[in-house]
Design a protein. Structure first.
Length: 285
């Protein structure tokens, strides 16, 4: 099962990886002017709009539930984000019968030792540990290796009937991964992930990488953030709100009274959950 995932604020993550962050920042102005289809990985160049006209997008305002361990109930909330590997197709069907929206959690930025496809990752793409037992950062520049694996994971989500995918750990460039990842490389990889999800008919969430939200906004359908109220980073989600795209936030430490009213004012769908994401949560009403 997925270990608990708590998140450091942007300032702390950058302090831990100072060189990477400074190097990444140097690419911001340069990359805005670039027109790129992202890394190569066997797919033809994307055509038409960056979005997915045939995808089912999440409601902009809805209660949501975030659970990566234990057996979820399909009646917890309107939008439910659950583990793609551990959740059966039957759950997704029951959620749809209850008029719910199903989000498929998959990790695209770190290797997880317990996953059934963990043997497909060669040592050459495995970097430093990310602070959680059994996880190591991936070299996202090696798309010829990672592409087929991530495409298979998203196909699994589609086969189970999910509406959308939540690709996690898409901000390796701001962390000490063991690889010289740039902001440009991260954006290219994230855009490839979004494009692949769309080609499979899945909506896709931008997870936490809010520093790059302005440039990634056209490619992602909604945003999922962690602890943006605790770390005072919710303003970075405004590009999604202004574009009338849903934003979902989970808080692990703050009581509901500290963020629910602000979340409603900012058009952010928020809840409080345990860091284990094991099913004990309180959505804002």
């Amino acid at each position: 099962m997925k270990p608990s995932r708590s998140r450091l604020p942007t300032s702390v993550r950058r302090a831990r990886g100072a060189f990477v962050a400074v190097f990444a920042a140097a690419f911001v102005v340069f990359s805005i002017a670039l027109v790129t289809c992202g890394p190569t990985g066997g797919d033809p160049p994307a055509t038409g709009a960056a979005g997915c006209g045939g995808c089912v997008h999440p409601p902009r305002k809805a209660t949501w539930w975030y659970q990566l361990q234990g057996r979820p109930s399909p009646r917890r909330a309107r939008v439910m984000d659950v583990d793609g590997f551990d959740t059966a197709r039957g759950f997704v069907s029951r959620l749809h019968a209850a008029r719910g929206y199903a989000v498929c959690y998959v990790d695209v930025g770190t290797w997880e030792r317990w996953r059934r496809d963990s043997g497909r990752f060669p040592q050459s793409v495995l970097g430093r540990g990310n602070g959680w037992p059994g996880e190591r950062w991936l070299d996202i520049r090696q798309l010829e290796v990672l592409g087929p694996i991530m495409r298979s994971r998203m196909r699994m989500c589609r086969a189970k009937g999910f509406d959308a995918v939540e690709p996690d750990n898409v901000d390796g460039f701001a962390n000490e991964t063991g690889f010289p990842l740039s902001a440009l490389a991260q954006r290219s990889y994230n855009r490839w992930i979004a494009r692949t999800a769309h080609r499979l008919g899945l909506a896709v969430a931008l997870k936490n990488d809010l520093d790059q939200a302005p440039s990634l906004l056209p490619h992602f359908d909604f945003a999922i953030v962690e602890q943006c109220f605790e770390f005072h980073e919710c303003a970075k989600a405004r590009p999604f709100v202004r574009a009338r795209k849903a934003v979902f936030d989970v808080e692990y430490e703050l009581p509901l009274s500290r963020f629910c009213s602000r979340a409603r004012l900012l058009d952010i769908n928020a809840l409080r959950a345990r860091e284990s994401l094991s099913g004990e949560a309180q959505p804002c009403g």
